[in-house]
Ligand binder design. Sequence first.
Ligand SMILES: N[C@@H](CCC(=O)N[C@@H](CS)C(=O)NCC(=O)O)C(=O)O
Length: 329
Amino acid sequence: MYVLIGILIALTGWYVFEKRKRPTHPVAPGLNLDISLPHDQEWEIYQNQISLCSKKLRVCMEELGLSYQSHHVELIETGRYENLGRDFLKINPSFTVPVLVHNGHPVYESHEQIVYAAEHSGPRGKELLGRTPELRNEVSQWVDNGALKGDPIKGSHERAGNAAPGLTMPIFASMVAYIPWWRIAEGLLFHGDRKRPLLFSALKMRGLHRIAPPLQKIIQRSRRDMDLHLDKLEEALSHGRDWLTGDTFTLADVSWMALLERIDEVDWSNTFFGEGRHPLVKAYWERLKLRPSYKTALSHRGAIHTRALEDLRKAKEIAPELRESLEVS
Ligand SMILES: N[C@@H](CCC(=O)N[C@@H](CS)C(=O)NCC(=O)O)C(=O)O
């Protein structure tokens, strides 16, 4: 009995101590000149291979031709909560990737980061931002449409970026099968937004075949909303343009390149592009894949991701009711 009480006191003491060492709090979007971080290069990024917002930033850096040092930060879906570790919380106390660091100062929020990077990259940056005030305005509307703002499982109707997390849930359900419970428990103890580790716990507990009904609803809503966003994209491309705002590739295309990659990598292509749906977007995606930035920034997939994608495809093949529940109902 005394041993048990002793262990309990020691564990509580450890938790309180560790929690104090991992403070989380919101950060101001954009450049934070008042924060200085250790750095070796003018441009550095903290990012994760599968994270949508990290993809957007990586594509942008490649398109701008900026050389940068990359720090890969593991998230629970790729193995562990490195983003909740003491070191990363010094970089971003708001625990998310990506973070862009310019001359040692962090820029938070990926939609701010791509604009900031373009504004500091000379003529190529000006081109990506849009050369005229009208074009710049149009580009910035698309950047906003592609942004993931606020609660990641809300706002899918307003922004295509916010429709992406719901669409990613089936692959998260497959990925989390490879992650041990004790790794997820770290999130339950230390995450600044408990909803996120709870979601992963629910996905792990029930598995891909029994996704909880409230989460299924989020997936269905995200699918319907993404379909509407793709209708708008189809309309924008119907003016004979190669790129979203005209003949020049801009940040609008950077944002959608990451989103279309997400659709592709989480096995939604057939839903949105099968049987002749959104033909112009489909052709646009083929053009985007020919850009060198696609190969450098997007084409690599990690081991857990590759296995999980295979599992998801097989599961949908052998269980048509799963495909039906995800893609049709
Ligand atoms: N609005 C933010 C969203 C950042 C975000 O939610 N990033 C996700 C990956 S796409 C993340 O870091 N998740 C870590 C976690 O929730 O533990 C941005 O655009 O940078």
